[in-house]
Design a protein around this ligand. Structure first.
Ligand code: CP
Length: 325
């Protein structure tokens, strides 16, 4: 077990060794067990986490804030639009200054081509760990919760097949960070990973290469497919969500128009029936109900979306306790 994680940033899980990720999972399961038994674990007493949001959130904000309180510390919620960032506070200044007030800085900035760079600039200037609450490329705390959920529901992930599929959504052009991160993490855990999407919704080439390399090392597999039904066939885990045509469309409007060609990419009961009989359905939420997924699926017996959302809390507490303690 690799236990020396104090002071580490978590921007992409790919930058942590598998042994380090294993440690996070181990601690997350332990904290979940302790919470079930009402055993307090004030591991971050008197510590403060700054949570800087450039974008809306339900689960991420609520789970980081609850997690810090349960660890005996405090989380301060900072919305970028109520700061002086628009008036000139640079990423460097944010890293220097928030790093002097706090014991950790967590940031959500999903702006395409901006978010990851911004978080790295803050981390460069910060004296305390910087945690990625979702950027344009990665959503590491979501992926940790997802893997925790797969392990809980399926036991060993090795040899299990996951369909990480695009689905149609009308609400907005969602970031690619969930399918990117999940493709990278599940291939490290020996899973047979199918990345399924229409041709206009590819992930970056370097991500595909890294996922293939991860699969080679772990003994899993990684395949890119463009047929939703074929991707679902026999899958143990169905993880179907929308993302934007960020690599192919020139703007949001064009991306939304392209997506309209694929309104039949919905996870419904017919499609779910193609998966393994004991398949689980996962989604990070929020979902476009009736468009991305039917109520019968997301509220049905295969759905584990609430356990998945709960695991955000435990996974993040593990990361915070290990890096900020
Ligand atoms: N899954 C997720 O990150 O949810 P929020 O956008 O509500 O934080």
């Amino acid at each position: 077990m690799q236990t020396n994680l104090r002071g580490r940033d978590l921007i992409s899980l790919q930058e942590w060794t598998k042994e380090e990720v294993d440690t996070v999972l181990d601690v997350a399961f332990e904290l979940k067990r302790q919470r079930a038994l009402r055993i307090g674990h004030p591991l971050l007493r008197d510590k403060v986490l700054a949570m800087l949001f450039f974008y809306s959130s339900t689960r991420t904000r609520a789970s980081f804030e609850a997690g810090m309180a349960q660890l005996g510390g405090h989380a301060q919620f900072i919305e970028s639009r109520t700061t002086q960032i628009a008036h000139g506070d640079t990423a460097r200044e944010i890293g220097e200054i928030l790093g002097r007030y706090n014991d950790g800085i967590a940031i959500r900035n999903v702006d395409w081509g901006v978010g990851n760079r911004y978080i790295r600039e803050v981390a460069e200037a910060s004296r305390v760990p910087v945690l990625n609450m979702q950027c344009d490329l990665f959503h590491p705390h979501q992926s940790l919760a997802d893997l925790m959920t797969i392990l809980e529901k399926k036991g060993d992930a090795r040899g299990r097949t996951i369909a990480i599929s695009w689905a149609y959504a009308a609400s907005y052009q969602k970031p690619i960070s969930v399918p990117v991160d999940l493709s990278l993490l599940t291939t490290r855990y020996g899973m047979n990973v199918r990345l399924v999407h229409p041709p206009e919704f590819p992930l970056p080439v370097d991500v595909l290469e890294q996922a293939r390399e991860n699969a080679r090392t772990s003994g899993g597999s990684f395949e890119v497919m463009d047929d939703f039904d074929a991707g679902m066939r026999g899958a143990d885990v169905v993880y179907a969500k929308s993302w934007g045509a960020l690599l192919t469309a020139k703007d949001e409007t064009e991306g939304a128009e392209v997506a309209k060609r694929y309104t039949d990419w919905i996870t419904d009961e017919r499609r779910l029936a193609l998966a393994a009989p004991d398949a689980i359905y996962m989604h990070p939420l929020p979902a476009d109900r009736g468009i991305e997924v039917t109520d019968a699926v997301i509220d049905g017996p295969h759905s584990v979306v609430y356990d998945e959302a709960e695991n955000r809390l435990h996974a993040q507490k593990a990361v915070m306790a290990l890096t900020m303690g």
